[in-house]
Ligand binder design. Structure first.
Ligand SMILES: Cc1cc2nc3c(=O)[nH]c(=O)nc-3n(C[C@H](O)[C@H](O)[C@H](O)COP(=O)(O)OP(=O)(O)OC[C@H]3O[C@@H](n4cnc5c(N)ncnc54)[C@H](O)[C@@H]3O)c2cc1C
Length: 331
């Protein structure tokens, strides 16, 4: 087994910044990512979305920002290993951990930082007739290339940020977009809702669900919609459905270790430590209290920074908690 001081699980934005911060504090780390690329949700769910809300970067494509994060993470040459799904964390009697990758023990470490986000991206499904038969043939759970929806009539299911982000990404290309939301509550950012409502080809339909997906055997041709209040059903001719109703999260996938959870999050304290000494969690997977989580790139970065400095202190109790500024670096 390879010996390290820290295993970082996940090379999404939080894990990438944690990798950089580990280098900054001279911690010998390895970052393990189950996918074959970096960036987590940024690359998997919205590579072509423009990001506006990261400090100092007024406007950037998600995939370009992810690339810059990856570049920054490599500054200290701490390895980032892809296609490495962490299947278990096993605690030893001496409080160290063995990390299993694909069920094989691979790393022996003193600390672990879990930055596993929403897990391995299992999207929630509609679970309606016809859905499974047309996955990839008109039924999608994410979009990679917005122009694929050129001249299409599309229903986007959901009322959160993903639904509105997808609508705004395909809006320049699609003919008509309906955002169908089932219980009348829109949770997306106010600005996205205002912008979407101002577009002539986007219509928001509240209290509306898809009951059935139709097709001609090769592709989606329509959907049966139901008004959840009046129960009235309508058939719509459409070319595509984008399901944006969240992802299954799995904070307790590491079977040998029991981490306390709050709802779908791993519970951490203000130093981003879990209830187990040596195990920390940050980013979309972690929460301090039973309150809404700020699931944001910048927030994940700040949490990673705090976690890493506390990990430094845990590894060497005599070191200072705050590692200072990066002024003296010459990388
Ligand atoms: C549609 C959409 C739009 C968004 N827009 C914005 C925005 O404009 N601005 C903003 O600030 N935020 C935005 N967000 C939120 C932002 O993407 C998340 O807050 C951020 O991705 C969280 O980063 P993370 O690294 O914690 O988790 P993730 O991005 O989920 O990354 C976690 C990584 O861990 C890996 N992993 C999971 N389990 C394991 C395992 N067992 N072993 C190894 N690897 C594992 C995953 O494969 C993944 O790569 C958006 C989210 C969505 C869905």
């Amino acid at each position: 087994m390879e010996e390290v001081e820290l295993v970082i699980i996940g090379a999404g934005p939080t894990g990438l910044f944690a990798t950089f911060c580990a280098g900054l504090r001279a911690i010998k780390s390895v970052t393990l990512e189950s996918l074959s690329t970096y960036g987590g949700q940024m690359m998997e769910l919205y590579p072509n979305k423009i990001i506006y809300d990261v400090q100092g970067i007024p406007k950037i494509l998600s995939k370009d920002l992810a690339q810059k994060m990856y570049e920054q993470a490599q500054l200290f040459n701490n390895p980032i290993v892809f296609d490495s799904n962490v299947s278990d964390i096993i605690q030893n009697d001496d409080k160290t951990f063995d990390i299993e990758v694909a069920n094989e023990p691979k790393y022996h470490t003193k600390t672990v930082l879990i930055c596993a986000g929403v897990g391995n991206f299992t999207p929630n499904k509609l679970n309606v007739d016809g859905e499974d038969a047309y996955i990839g043939k008109g039924v999608f759970y994410t979009i990679k290339v917005p122009s694929d929806f050129k001249s299409k009539n599309v229903v986007i299911v959901g009322g959160g940020d993903s639904a509105f982000d997808y609508a705004l990404q395909i809006e320049p290309f699609a003919k008509n977009i309906i955002i169908a939301q089932h219980n009348g509550i829109l949770k997306a950012a106010e600005n996205s809702v205002i912008t979407a409502k101002s577009k002539p080809n986007i219509k928001v339909m509240l209290n509306t669900e898809i009951k059935k997906v139709y097709g001609d055997g090769k592709k989606v041709t329509g959907a049966r919609m139901i008004d959840t209040l009046s129960k009235q059903e309508t058939d719509l001719a459409i070319d595509g459905i984008i399901v944006a109703i969240g992802h299954k999260a799995s904070p307790d996938t590491f079977k040998s270790i029991k981490l306390e959870t709050i709802n779908r999050y791993i519970k951490v304290d203000t130093s981003y430590k879990t209830g187990v000494d040596g195990i920390y969690a940050a980013g979309d997977i972690a929460n301090i209290a039973n309150e809404p989580k700020f699931a944001l790139l910048a927030a994940g970065g700040a949490e990673a920074y705090i976690a890493i400095n506390n990990i430094r202190k845990y590894l060497s109790p005599d070191s200072s908690l705050f590692g200072g500024h990066s002024t003296s670096l010459n990388l």
